[in-house]
Design a protein around this ligand. Structure first.
Ligand SMILES: Cc1ncc(COP(=O)(O)O)c(C=O)c1O
Length: 447
């Protein structure tokens, strides 16, 4: 039997055709080997929060590597590891102070899922094995993280081998579930979670995992006010753990160091990565509450997870340098103010283009949704690959942005993410806006 061939809608971020070779970077700019300059309007995939070529981070990495690259976790601890742990615990607040360091977002999510399972096992609740998440969400490419992700194009080749989990409606006021008014989305989606827990039996559910601000799969979709608090309450009442995936929206990008802090909600477990070491070295973490750690320790003596590179000393030194700069230079506050500026100026520059359906986001994390009809919100035919056209045209114009497709129903929908480095100046933000506006006008003329 031949496998059905599906045209990939948004499975990859590669530009079509051969890619240029990267040469070097400085601040918000990167240069290819042919000498072309690009302004990094999305920090790659919302990664380079301090921009490129930061000397202090480079020095911290070099100085660590000159002394020792890595102290293997079963033999040594280290200053960078312990200092970064303390900093993350302070920024996370409350008793969200235990963590496992890993090498990226997928491993962080994977570790979050496993901490939830181990906690329930420690309590003797071994039937709590199932996860609930949402469609149009992205949690990563390892099998566990992919199983709870609602990103159709990236799941399709692996269907049948994924862990059975529940995928509920996306929380999106621009595209509410059928027959739900935008003002009722939060309540509808919270009730849906409550009903799913009831349907399956709370005793069978390990955790609910969600992105407080949905990134690549939805096009930067913040949940309405009150939603996170309702979810917190439902989880508390049912013993279901709350996992916040802040891999993309966290570490200062969305108006607070921890995105959910804006909602005054503390998750039980949280995944962070991307901005943690700002792209300088691979680093992520699963951060969890003290009470979970205590139970796990009582029952098993240790958290049974982790990898060879867990707590990699030089990666932690990079993370510590990045986070120290963010704190010292008050970059979370700057990103928040600059985010408001960017959204306002973008509204002026592209808000009147007839195919810009929505401009949304929080902090320096902004989504632009493109639609064929602004009234009906009808998306473009996916065969057009509009998002890929935007990517290619922007790149030709010297702008790096992060366009993806499939945000409406897995196949249809086009959006562009802007997520500049926190260090970008207002003049550089203006350049991003101008290049984005030119790009969108050119793409519009071509369809
Ligand atoms: C919200 C979210 N979670 C998890 C991941 C997976 O992270 P990584 O690609 O570092 O494995 C991503 C990656 O984009 C993400 O955006």
């Amino acid at each position: 039997m031949t496998a059905p061939r599906q045209r990939p809608v948004s499975a990859s971020f590669s530009t079509s055709g051969a890619m240029p070779k990267i040469s070097h970077g400085e601040g918000v700019y990167v240069y290819d080997a042919d000498g072309n300059r690009y302004i990094d309007g999305s920090s790659g995939p919302a990664l380079f929060c301090l921009g490129h070529g930061n000397r202090e981070v480079g020095e911290a990495i070099k100085s660590q590597i000159d002394r020792i690259a890595h102290g293997y976790r079963y033999i040594f601890s280290s200053d960078p590891l312990e200092q970064l742990q303390a900093l993350i615990a302070e920024e996370s607040g409350g008793d969200l102070n235990r963590m496992i360091f890993v090498s990226g977002g997928s491993e962080a999510v994977e570790s979050c899922l496993k901490v939830a399972l181990q906690y329930h096992s420690a309590n003797g609740e071994t039937s709590r094995r199932r996860f609930i998440s949402r469609r149009r969400s992205w949690h990563g490419n390892t099998l566990g993280a992919l199983s709870v992700s609602g990103f159709l194009a990236r799941r399709t080749p692996y269907e049948g081998a994924l862990i059975d989990s529940s995928l509920l409606s996306p929380v999106n006021i621009y595209r509410p579930p059928p027959n739900v008014a935008p003002g009722e989305v939060a309540e509808f989606c919270a009730t849906e979670l409550e009903q799913e827990i009831e349907r399956l039996g709370a005793e069978n559910i390990a955790a609910f995992i969600f992105e407080p601000i949905v990134g690549a799969a939805g096009g930067v979709v913040p949940a309405p006010p009150g939603y996170a608090a309702r979810i917190r309450d439902i989880c508390d009442r049912s013993g279901v753990l709350m996992i916040a995936d802040e891999v993309m929206c966290g570490v200062g990008r969305c108006d607070a160091w921890r995105a959910l802090a804006v909602d005054d909600v503390t998750p039980d477990i949280m995944a962070i990565a991307k901005g943690l070491a700002g792209g300088y070295l691979p680093l992520g973490a699963a951060v969890f509450r003290e009470r979970l750690h205590e139970r796990i320790l009582e029952a098993y003596g240790e958290v049974i997870s982790g990898h060879t590179y867990t707590g990699h000393t030089t990666a932690c030194a990079a993370g510590l340098a990045v986070q120290t700069i963010i704190r010292r230079d008050r970059l979370v506050r700057k990103a928040s103010a600059d985010g408001r500026y960017l959204r306002e100026r973008l509204g002026e520059a592209i808000g009147n283009l007839d195919f810009v359906g929505d401009i949304r986001g929080r902090g320096l994390f902004i989504g632009i949704e493109l639609v064929a009809d602004r009234e009906t919100k009808e998306p473009y035919d996916p065969e057009l690959q509009l998002f890929a056209r935007v990517r290619a045209r922007a790149f030709a114009n010297g702008l790096i942005c992060y366009p993806t497709g499939g945000n409406v129903d897995g196949r249809r929908g086009d959006h562009v993410i802007l997520a500049p480095p926190y260090t970008a100046s207002r003049a550089e933000l203006d350049e991003i806006i101008d290049k984005m506006a030119t790009t969108l006008r050119q793409v519009r003329e071509g369809i």
